[in-house]
Design a protein around this ligand. Structure first.
Ligand code: TRP
Length: 331
């Protein structure tokens, strides 16, 4: 049987946290074996909130290099930059004309973002979900990995596809959410009852995957623990539980053997060991990212190839969609 197609759009923020990495990014490797995968850096979505143009050009490229460094293999998957593939904007228009004002008004992300940026509630922000539907439907993707915050957008994409199919005859595949195998959840190093987040005001709360070894170790040394002195996984020991989970994921040891390894040792030793293990684990990502970032010509070749493949793929679908709606064919 043919492999199913996964489509995923990733915001060009240029960085991931250790939490993103452990929870999702490191599973990409496996995903690419089991499915056909298409990954897209969604730079057009990104400008629905203000971006500084020169910095944006740079982070967008960085994001592309980082995805490769994190294991997206361009021999197996298609990896491209959204704005390089015109079919997304074209299909977006058809879909916008099949999306209701009321539906878009109900999107919680739109409500949140317009509250946070009251001086710039632009039409792009409003129609964001229709462009996201276009990303997915242009490839007739079967599955879309989504976090809880994007579920409503995916449901809308399904509704738009369904409406289109009813109006013009069965055409679009209805995309399903792809639920990640639950990766371990990584908490803040400073407030271990909260999720690790890069928008945390305290920079010591969050490990970024491109942090250098010294920074990683320093942040772990400052991690909040408790007043006991026992490395064991137990309710109420949120800080230690979090560090043990992280250590267990990056070393592949189970929690019981981590307890044994640190029996009788203090938190200082433990935190240092976690810091070193994490830094070593992320070392290949940092090295590969540095190598790719220094080789602009190679990067360009990769994203140009990716865009060509994505265009070839999506053009077939999008041309047919235009035909269905009653446009005069161009060729
Ligand atoms: N909206 C998604 C996010 O903020 C990014 C995205 C854009 C996306 N297009 C997509 C995700 C298509 C999945 C499929 O994370």
């Amino acid at each position: 049987m043919d492999k199913k197609l996964i489509f995923s759009g990733i915001q060009p923020t240029g960085t991931f946290t250790l939490g993103n990495y452990i929870g999702a990014v490191r599973n990409w490797d496996k995903l690419q074996e089991e499915y056909n995968c298409i990954y897209c850096v969604v730079d057009m979505h990104a400008i629905t909130v203000k971006q500084e143009n020169e910095k944006f050009r740079f982070t967008r490229l960085n994001s592309y290099a980082l995805l490769m460094a994190c294991g997206i293999d361009i021999e197996k998957s298609i990896l491209f930059i959204q704005s390089h593939v015109k079919t997304h904007a074209e299909l977006n228009w058809l879909l916008c004309c099949n999306t209701q004002f009321g539906e878009l008004s109900r999107m919680t992300q739109f409500k949140d973002k317009s509250q946070r940026h009251p001086d710039d509630v632009n039409a792009g922000l409003f129609t964001y979900p229709s462009l996201m539907a276009a990303d997915i439907l242009a490839y007739n993707a079967d599955l879309v990995p989504v976090g809880i915050d994007q579920k409503q957008h995916l449901e809308l994409a399904r509704n738009i596809a369904q409406r289109f199919n009813q109006r013009y005859g069965d055409f679009f595949t209805l995309p399903e959410p792809y639920i990640n195998e639950v990766g371990a959840k990584v908490m803040s190093l400073q407030e271990p009852t909260k999720k690790m987040s890069k928008s945390d005001e305290n920079p010591n709360a969050c490990i970024l995957i491109l942090d250098d070894k010294d920074t990683i170790i320093r942040k772990f040394k400052r991690a909040v623990t408790d007043s006991e002195a026992e490395v064991c996984y137990r309710e109420g020991k949120d800080g230690i539980n979090n560090l043990m989970t992280i250590y267990s994921v990056v070393t592949g040891k189970d929690l019981a053997s981590v307890e044994r390894e640190f029996a009788g040792k203090g938190y200082g030793d433990f935190k240092l060991a976690v810091g070193e293990a994490v830094a070593d684990h992320l070392e290949p990502v940092r090295t590969e990212f540095a190598r790719l970032s220094a080789d602009k010509a190679f990067l360009k070749q990769c994203y140009t190839d990716g865009a060509e493949k994505a265009l070839r793929y999506s053009q077939r679908v999008v041309s047919k969609a235009f035909h269905k709606v009653g446009f005069v064919d161009r060729t």
